[in-house]
Design a protein around this ligand. Structure first.
Ligand code: PLP
Length: 400
């Protein structure tokens, strides 16, 4: 069956160039980079090349890049690393729309006796920066605010946020898992102190990530063990994946401008046509301040899971902000924080593109999705009642 993969914020295809770069590190160069012998030493040199490639994509110094096992680990390492290094500071500022890697850590920190301020967002998913400024206290160890939202693609004004955080003498961590590789970043001219990225969102394999830690930031390791990563992260390195991440960052850096322009064109076309063709559809999140590849749409009075199942039958992979896809019983905390009505949260669908999507993919989704929504509306007692009322109201307004 034809497969149209439009779930790239969940994970991406590993680029063939990345696979090719990784293979020799399973078969030929399997030495331990910490070994004294040159068989391991040559691998250590290749890790340094990967570190350079990652650093170049985000405008960092290679010495500021610490490899990890994933985005979740990097987020945990950033927050715990700063809390442990500053034990007298027991307050954290974050937002209500973070990925669970930060959001649920915040909940856990409260149980551990820390104070956590969660900033709300408006209906576009944007923060109020005055609220941020008011929230930062003398004992605020760290402010952790994501770069771009995984569900809506909304991009926060991270440099403005950084100015406020610096002005108040605190430390800024940003979860940039969804931003890195999709939009250009330059940490050499930035107020960000720590930044998380994850391999599998940018065409590297799953199970590898990195944390940028700015020089001069006092940071305690999260994973305590050997001396790897200059004592900042214990554990023998996942060499093939690190090599793959380096190559993926090199590819992203070379093509980021043309790829983001292409993705935006495809995404805009997709969004426009679906909003036009599917009744009672709405866009969730700021229309402009957004990643180029993401659209989050709500179809009122239908269930997101039902839409996904029917899309799946047609070979279309997407995801939903309603219960089951997130693996919990609760609908999306992001859409709820934005005040999206319950009926719309339940009928939300996220479509996220990558460099591998084509205009044919977009046409196929445009062809398949609106009839699915209409079909579901017809069989939904709630939906059809609402639709009939709306149709009646429209007829009254039109004087029919
Ligand atoms: N942060 C954001 C914004 C994400 O979208 C994700 C993954 O979806 C993560 C963190 C977690 O990354 P990983 O899957 O590498 O642990």
């Amino acid at each position: 069956m034809k497969v149209v993969y439009a779930d790239n914020n969940a994970t991406t295809k590993v680029a063939p160039e990345v696979v090719e770069a990784m293979l020799p590190y399973f078969t030929e160069y399997y030495g331990n980079p910490s070994s004294m012998h040159s068989f391991g030493g040559q691998v250590a040199k290749k890790i340094d090349v990967a570190r350079q490639q990652v650093a170049e994509l985000v405008g960092a110094d290679p010495a500021e890049v610490v490899f990890s096992s994933c985005g979740t680990e990097s987020d945990n390492a950033a927050i715990w690393g700063i809390l442990r290094a500053n034990p007298r500071k027991r307050h954290i500022v974050t937002t209500r729309v973070e990925h669970p890697a930060v959001y649920n850590l915040g909940k856990y920190l409260v149980q551990c006796g820390y104070h956590v301020t969660e900033l709300g967002v408006d209906s576009n998913g944007m923060l109020n920066l005055d609220e941020l400024s008011d929230a930062i206290r003398e004992d605020t160890a760290i402010v952790s605010i994501m770069y771009a939202n995984n569900e809506t693609g909304v991009i926060f004004p991270i440099e403005e946020i950084g100015q406020i955080v610096k002005g108040k003498g605190s430390i800024l961590h940003t979860d940039a898992v969804q931003a890195v590789g999709k939009i250009p970043l330059n940490l050499s001219k930035s107020t960000i102190d720590l930044l998380t990225l994850s391999g599998h969102k940018l065409h590297a394999p799953k199970g590898v990530g990195a944390l940028f830690v700015r020089k001069g930031i006092t940071f305690a390791p999260f994973i305590i063990g050997g001396h790897q990563e200059k004592n900042r992260r214990g554990g023998t390195e996942n060499v093939p994946s690190i090599i793959g991440l380096g190559r993926a960052c090199e590819l992203a850096r070379n093509y980021i401008n043309e790829e983001s322009t292409k993705m935006k064109q495809l995404r805009d076309r997709l969004e426009e046509e679906i909003l036009k063709k599917a009744p009672d559809a709405r866009l969730n999140g700021h229309k402009m301040q957004r990643l180029p590849n993401t659209t989050n749409l709500s179809f009122e009075f239908v269930e997101g899971e039902a839409i996904l199942l029917l899309l799946n039958e047609k070979g279309i992979c997407a995801s939903s902000g309603s219960a089951c896809t997130s693996g919990s019983l609760e609908p999306s905390h992001v859409l709820r924080a934005m005040g999206v009505p319950f009926t719309a949260v339940h009928g939300s669908v996220r479509l996220s593109l990558s460099r591998y999507n084509t205009i044919e993919d977009v046409h196929y989704i445009i062809e398949q999705l609106p009839p699915i929504i209409r079909r579901l509306r017809e069989i939904s007692p709630y939906g059809s009642r609402e639709m009939k009322m709306k149709e009646q109201a429209a007829r009254v307004v039109a004087g029919m």
